[in-house]
Design a protein around this ligand. Structure first.
Ligand code: AP5
Length: 219
């Protein structure tokens, strides 16, 4: 099953994406994670993307489509994939359809995580991430040790979780990503909404129920 997760920053796409991929036994591709790894490694792509990311702006479409094409061509993706935040503009949606079509595949389902702006601000304002394993946490302070057994990393705040960058990310979502919702609704792809407010485990169950509906819709 090929699934695309859409939704505002902080909606829980990363948290749920990991859990869904594990449940379905398929890999997850998150363009945000790929870009942050490139920044840490200091590659050309990372250096080019860093300025956009730090201020909360979208990275150019051609960079994203290059990442997506390379990722989807990997043999490990053949059985299905969970795509997290991979499409944020209409040209990216068109590009993803092209990449899938070249591979003789298609998107089975788009899941939209719905959440109010106040909750986005609360979550992003309270997020820390492990600098080593990149797991996000709530209610922990920068400098705390990563709670994951055996990790040993330290928690830090993401640069784009500063208030000004959060505002820019929310604006980018409204102006550039919301049109993608209408695009998919008109495209015939199975499109399902999920209430992203609540307990993490509860939301995973909601998502799995939605995915079962997606499976039925696709026969
Ligand atoms: P990316 O890393 O994808 O950022 P984002 O979309 O803004 O999403 P987040 O990672 O902030 O949030 P999330 O929805 O994954 O929520 P999470 O699970 O972490 O992208 C970063 C940047 O890369 C972009 O701004 C852009 O510059 C660039 N980029 C990436 N893809 C691009 C593309 N396709 N085109 C152009 N540019 C691109 O949860 C958030 C917090 O809430 C965490 O602390 C978590 O622990 C907590 N939480 C999760 N679920 C719950 C819950 N149910 N209850 C309470 N807390 C919860």
């Amino acid at each position: 099953m090929n699934i695309l997760l859409l939704g505002p920053p902080g909606a829980g796409k990363g948290t749920q994406g990991e859990r869904i991929a594990e449940r379905l036994g398929v890999p997850k591709v998150a363009t945000g994670d790929v870009l942050r790894a490139a920044v840490r490694e200091g590659t050309g792509m990372g250096l080019a993307a860093k300025g956009f990311m730090d201020r909360g702006a979208l990275v150019p479409d051609d960079v994203i489509l290059g990442i997506v094409k390379e990722a989807l061509e990997a043999p490990a993706m053949a059985r299905g994939v969970v795509l997290d935040g991979v499409v944020r503009t209409v040209p990216q949606a068109e590009g993803l359809r092209r990449v899938f079509s070249e591979l003789g595949r298609s998107l089975d389902c788009v899941l939209l995580f719905e959440i109010a702006d106040e909750e986005v601000v609360r979550r992003l304002g309270g997020r820390t991430v492990c600098e080593r394993c990149q797991t996000p946490y709530m209610g922990k302070a920068p400098g705390d040790p990563c709670p994951k057994p055996g990790c040993g990393g330290k928690l830090v705040r993401r640069k784009d979780d500063e208030p000004e960058a959060i505002r820019t990310r929310m604006r980018a979502y409204r102006e550039q990503t919301e049109p993608v919702i209408a695009w998919y609704r008109g495209d015939g792809t199975t499109f399902l909404e999920v209430d992203a407010l609540g307990d993490v485990e509860e939301i995973t169950e909601r998502v799995m129920t939605r995915l079962a509906q997606c499976g039925e819709a696709n026969g």
